[in-house]
Design a protein around this ligand. Structure first.
Ligand code: UDX
Ligand code: UDX
Ligand code: ADP
Length: 465
């Protein structure tokens, strides 16, 4: 009989681990769920009685935390105790692209994963099911298993792959009502039992038909492929947006027309300044790296083109601002609406805004940014991470405002980088009056009403129109 899980530990209290475990605890009041992290501040924020201080902004997360925290959901820095106590351990630590050595800029950096595996092996005194929750290269489970089996105290480990498909900004509804849950495991008697234990955890709120079980490598690969296909749709429509601008077609009309073909479908066809987020680029680079390592050059080149197109779309957006502003933005105020990689999140990883800002700083523009959820400290950290220039220079060129109208005041141009709903409701007449003329708007998300803005007097450039 599969083991009934009573205690879960999740290593990594980030954008994936935090919301996922909050929902798992909410739906399984009889399971004790402990989320641990090395980052003391992060854990303190998860435990803050003021729910507006949670370390990540995600609509609806505060209510679920309020319901489960202290009942059967706990946040702690005591990793060892949580490992010791758990029947099942989720690994949900970050796996950034390597910034050094072989595979630099392409392969996933697995050092955090490996450290977790070694720590689990060292601490565990009872049998454990270890679940990969982070996106990982195919065959990582095998590496984890090898570490656990060779450095452990003779206890038995089963490794499962259970990739997370939630999207930020809609994480709570995605978790409560997922299209599917995917669980991969060893196709042995013990492996199948472990799979069943995890199926039972999910089955308290998810219909059995939506819980897929596969071998471990199919599960690992499916996560990379799902993200590659999604990103590919965005790059495909973005490629068409450039063609639309050059030919007089309208990308929204094209997207609607093709999306009504049920074989194509209407979702994920929104042309934009480029996709961002912690997953798309990283996972495709990973897929490209794995393909190259296996000698599959054509496969690697095919997927790499998705990234090349995305970089091009961001560059094109920045170049368009410069060329439209009479080939110079030096000393001009360019106001950014939005910095997050999409609306309804405070996450900025790989956000197009960072790259557009970087290009405009090279052109000596004075950038002023308003984002409803991103802090000035985060924006500076994002720019400094690129290492293009000194921190002092980044600070000089990019100012953050907490009032949108103040950010836009006196600007020569506005660039919309994130599709926050509130941008649509602004008093655009008032904004127009406060700006330098001619007043330009570059709508990188096609969220503003182009015709209405033009009626006020703005010169508007949208994507693919
Ligand atoms: C296509 C379009 O589907 C149709 O809308 C358009 O009007 C004309 O072009 P057609 O070429 O007749 O239609 O057939 P289709 O079913 O699209 O298949 C095209 C090719 O793709 C076939 O060789 C088919 O075997 C192949 N295919 C299709 C696959 O290999 N895999 C698939 O999943 C689907
Ligand atoms: C993605 C996957 O959707 C999710 O299943 C996986 O678990 C993690 O990666 P996420 O990165 O949180 O989720 O957000 P997503 O909604 O996929 O958006 C990614 C990027 O693509 C954003 O920058 C978004 O603005 C952009 N995008 C998305 C477009 O530009 N156009 C679209 O039509 C859709
Ligand atoms: P994701 O989007 O994948 O959730 P995040 O960066 O938001 O990524 O979260 C990953 C978390 O994992 C971070 O808070 C980091 O401090 C934590 N972490 C990384 N390595 C370890 C480790 N060995 N033990 C505990 N926590 C870790």
């Amino acid at each position: 009989k599969p083991k009934k899980i009573t205690s879960i530990c999740c290593i990594g209290a980030g954008y994936v681990g935090g919301p996922t475990m909050a929902v798992m605890a909410q739906k399984n009041p009889d399971i004790k769920v402990t989320v641990v992290d090395l980052n003391k501040q992060r854990i303190a924020d998860w435990n803050d009685s003021d729910l507006s201080k949670l370390p990540i902004f995600e609509p609806g997360l505060d209510q679920v935390v309020a319901e489960a925290r202290g009942r059967n959901l706990f946040f702690s820095t005591n990793v060892d105790d949580a490992i010791r106590e758990a029947d099942m351990i989720f690994i949900s630590v970050n796996t950034p692209t390597k910034t050094y050595g072989s595979g630099k800029g392409m392969a996933a950096d697995l050092k955090y994963i490996e450290l977790c595996a070694r720590q689990i092996a060292q601490i565990a005194t009872t049998d454990k099911i270890v679940v990969e929750k982070s996106t990982l290269p195919v065959k990582t489970a095998q590496a984890i298993k090898s570490i656990l089996d060779h450095t452990g105290n003779g206890v038995k480990f089963q490794i499962l792959s259970n990739p997370e498909f939630l999207a930020e900004g809609t994480a709570m509804t995605d978790l409560a009502n997922p299209d599917r849950v995917l669980i991969g495991g060893e196709q042995t008697e013990e492996g199948l039992k472990a799979i069943q234990s995890l199926v039972d955890v999910y089955a308290t709120w998810i219909p059995k038909a939506q819980i897929l079980t596969t071998n471990i490598w199919s599960s690992e690969l499916s996560k990379l492929v799902a993200n590659a296909f999604l990103a590919q749709r965005v790059s495909s429509i973005n490629a068409i947006s450039e063609l639309c601008e050059a030919s007089g077609a309208n990308v929204e009309e094209v997207a609607k027309a093709i999306g009504m073909d049920s074989r194509i479908g209407p979702k994920f066809l929104k042309a934009s300044v480029g996709f961002g987020g912690s997953c798309f680029q990283k996972d495709i680079l990973n897929l490209v790296y794995i393909s190259k390592s296996l000698g599959l050059t054509e496969v690697a080149d095919y997927w790499e083109q998705v990234i090349i197109m995305n970089n091009h779309q961001r560059d094109r957006f920045a170049n368009n601002i410069v060329s439209t502003l009479y080939n110079t933005v030096s000393g001009k105020k360019i106001a950014f609406l939005g910095w997050a990689f999409k609306k309804d999140t405070n996450d900025t990883r790989e956000s197009a805004a960072i790259y557009v800002a970087d290009k405009l700083i090279d052109e000596q523009a004075q950038i002023s940014v308003y984002d409803p959820k991103v802090t000035a400290v985060q924006m500076q950290a994002d720019l400094n991470y690129l290492n293009t220039r000194s921190e002092a220079e980044n600070e000089n060129f990019v100012k953050t405002e907490t009032d949108a109208y103040k950010a836009l005041e006196g600007a020569h141009a506005i660039a919309v980088l994130t599709e926050w709903d509130e941008f649509k409701t602004y008093n655009w007449q008032r904004i127009y009056e406060s700006m330098s003329k001619p007043a330009f708007v570059f709508d990188g998300r096609n969220v503003l009403d182009k015709t209405a803005l033009e009626a006020i007097g703005f010169r508007v450039k949208a994507i693919g129109k």
